[in-house]
Design a protein around this ligand. Sequence first.
Ligand SMILES: [Zn+2]
Length: 389
Amino acid sequence: MSIERFTSNWNYPTAVRAGIGRIKDLPAACQELGINNPLIVTDPGLCELPFVLDAMQHCREVLSGCGIFSDIKGNPTGENVTAGVKACHAGQHDGVIAFGGGSALDAGKAIALMVGQRREIWDFEDVGDNYLRVNTEGMIPVVAVPTTAGTGSEVGRASVITDQALKVKKIIFHPDMLPKIVILDASLTCGLPPHITAATGMDALSHSLEAYCSPFYHPMAQGIALEGIRLVKDYLPAAVTDGNNLEARMQMLVASSMGATAFQKGLGGMHALAHPLGALYDKHHGLLNAVLMPYVLKANESAIADRLTSLSRYLGLENPGFESFLNWVLELRQQLDIPHTLAEIGIDDQQLETVGQMAVADPSAGGNPIQFTAAEYQQIMMAAIKGDT
Ligand SMILES: [Zn+2]
């Protein structure tokens, strides 16, 4: 079968234009949303790359203007969002093209939210009904173009933004932050180096896996999670080994969107720990989930054994059960050169207590099959530092 078969339009969970080369549809997507002068929000590493410059050029030819903003950190901060809003006002932009990895997508969505607000961004943290404080008239539409396959932020209704003053990552939420149109074009992900492909792909896996294990009732998300995990199993190794394998790249891009769609059902302990560790040590979010995955699975074993038996049967693993699934995860990590311990990525036990407390308070903790205490999160972190699975 040829890669042509990927060319398709979906309307769930938002309007998705999938296929190799679909970036050509970017100006038309803007027009469809009434955007005449978009601001491309992208990562500093991408803003000089030909595919971003070409997309900007193409937009300028068809639309009345197009700007670019790329002053974003790997974990975007409130200051980055404020600077982006300023750029948006200065260029009189009427829409955002969030173009890049998870940080660019999260920053772009947050900038589009904040363009016409009087309150500060932290007033919209995903707590209770804070989102009702948003003046929706002050929001501008977003077209999302992911260039990594992992966060799935293109189909999410929230952004993770770091509050540098407090050193915590906050989830900023409003239902209308869901991008109006998403372009899933795997040709944009081919240049990603193997270690980023591996770390972001493991993030996609952790989204589907935590959603799948979470106890809440959401059969639609459950089905998406199951197939999302299979796509990672069948295509992530190939995407890491051969970055130009368009089929593997496309399937991973879809698996990433599926993971983020599935985690409406809930996340869990991997993310409850990865969020504080990311905020305190500034480490790659996907890499943290990848390292933490087997330790969190082990801690959850009593609550998830049955579910993982069904999952390993679906994946075609031998001797379906908790052990076979855990072994598959360990082998996959090894194959992808993911470090086995937190110690190997420079995380020690100095802030153990803080991390334990932050993990319990993290919104993701609510989706974990077992409600771990701060002390239990500390134990999991110690196991991940030492390598005890
Ligand atoms: Zn994640």
